[in-house]
Design a protein around this ligand. Sequence first.
Ligand code: DC
Length: 231
Amino acid sequence: MIVAIDGPVGVGKSTVARAVAEQMGFLHIDTGAMYRALALRCLEEDLDPDDPQAMGEMAAFTQVRLEPSPRGPKVHLNSHDVTEAIRSPEVTALVSKVSAHPGLREIVVHRQRLMAEHGSVVMEGRDIGTVVFPRADVKIYLDASLDARVRRRAGDYEARGTPWSFEEIRQSVLARDDYDKNREVSPLRVADDALVVDTTELSFEEVVARIVKIIRDKIREKRSAEKKRKG
Ligand code: DC
């Protein structure tokens, strides 16, 4: 079973996807972390983020591994633990640019498809329901007002000790949304058959419960279709 969760910056995809995966016993895959690890490599190696060939080659020769852990996947970049480093403001500022290159995306998407070959997954990102798994069993598009998203991001930043003002965070969220929605390859958009869940007025528990119910209904539906098919 493949559950695709897409949505803009700060909508809470990662925490929701992690809790849904835990309740269902599925593997949680944070695809944003994979793009962030590549953006970190670009910074570390002082590569040109505007050079499509350099970005494609860097992706091909960089190993990114997500290791499941109770507080969210641990991220390894060529065997170094970069779980914290990929959340830095420098990586956040660069990641949309790095992730917009078609050659780099092709490599990352291929790896994401392989990761779902061995069992059920909750995969979250920007293009999971539209490009990575257009035939996912369940597609959710999480959305929330800009204000709610900036407030949530501000909470994350405060917890991490990142000294950004509310206005700086707002500008960063707007800039990344704009980049992610308007890039040429795999822009963020709602898949035609996705269920849109607006989380602005919902609690975290309500969002998780709603998605878990959608998945359970889908499992039941698949089972009864299978029974009918077998006669
Ligand atoms: O979810 P996040 O903020 O950690 O994602 C970081 C960036 O990676 C985001 O700004 C766009 C990119 N991304 C993407 O292009 N496609 C995905 N499936 C996931 C993330």
